[in-house]
Ligand binder design. Structure first.
Ligand code: PXL
Length: 270
């Protein structure tokens, strides 16, 4: 059955990420994707000089007030890149008391650092925003930021991974998937953790030594699409990882800033 999913993240006009990924991926998974843009940028912030940035916080308030009047209902809300601190409170107020699933991709940073517009206040607000989420999908950097753990690189041993997963779930989260973990020299992948079942399982793919902005967004939307289609958690995590890996393989060797060429893989999501 088709679900209506509200995707709250920026529109980066060039450089596939966030809303530019959520719309095609959630649609290909069979859902209606409604968008609530948090900011409008000429490009994403990952590697282009002089990008423009329009904060849409005030517009978000107006859009949600209109939808409130219309009595629109959603099966899930998926959040990604926020343009201001207030936006988290705005979305929290809108979803409060509604029966919907909450997917939070706690976009804060990568490679051990914060993205350019964020600071420690964002980290604290995001930690709070994650409370009560059904599924969160931090990369390793974000998992460390959310749990006050020093980031020591993308190779993490099993004990530390388990600790990170436990501390993420302790934020009051149903399921946590940590992305961007290196396993040895040859592999990369994710850890999936489920509070209810106690599941802790790593899923791996071959490591490709190129970083494409928007990879995490692609994974998060694919996972959301699969779960909302009723796919069980383990299978959904595996499918989202495979989709992301195949998209990476399709992309080599274009300009890495342009994002993943996931288009050929969309047909595999249905
Ligand atoms: O992929 C996360 C993301 C989303 N939106 C914008 C970004 C980034 C990462 O750099 O810059 C605008």
């Amino acid at each position: 059955m088709q679900k209506r999913i509200l995707s709250v993240q920026d529109i980066s006009c060039f450089g596939k990420c966030s809303t530019g990924v959520a719309l095609p991926v959630l649609s290909a998974a069979g859902h209606e994707c409604v968008i609530l843009p948090t900011a409008l940028l000429s490009t994403h912030t990952g590697g282009f000089e002089g990008y423009t940035f329009l904060d849409l916080t005030d517009e978000m308030r107006k859009i949600l007030a209109h939808w409130q009047k219309l009595g629109l209902r959603f099966d899930a809300v998926q959040t990604g890149y926020f343009g201001s601190l207030e936006q988290m409170a705005i979305v929290r107020d809108f979803v409060a008391g509604r029966e919907l699933l909450r997917f939070v991709d706690p976009v804060l940073g990568d490679h051990g650092g914060l993205y350019s517009i964020y600071d420690q206040r964002f980290v604290e607000a995001m930690r709070d925003f994650c409370r009560g989420a059904d599924v969160i999908t931090p990369n390793l950097t974000e998992a460390c930021l959310l749990t006050d753990t020093p980031y020591t690189g993308s190779h993490v041993d099993d004990v530390e991974l388990d600790r990170l997963a436990r501390r993420l779930l302790e934020l009051g989260v149903g399921k946590a998937v940590i992305t961007g973990i290196r396993f040895g020299e040859q592999e990369t992948g994710i850890l999936a953790a489920d509070r209810e079942t106690g599941l802790r399982e790593c899923f791996r793919t071959p490591y490709v030594d190129i970083f494409f902005p928007g990879t995490g967004d692609t994974f998060a939307s694919a996972l959301c699409g699969k779960l909302m289609a009723g796919t069980p958690f383990r299978e959904a995590a595996q499918a989202a990882l495979d989709f992301t890996f195949r998209s990476i393989c399709d992309t080599v060797p274009t300009d890495i800033r342009y994002g993943l060429c996931f288009e050929q893989e969309l047909k595999t999501l249905g």
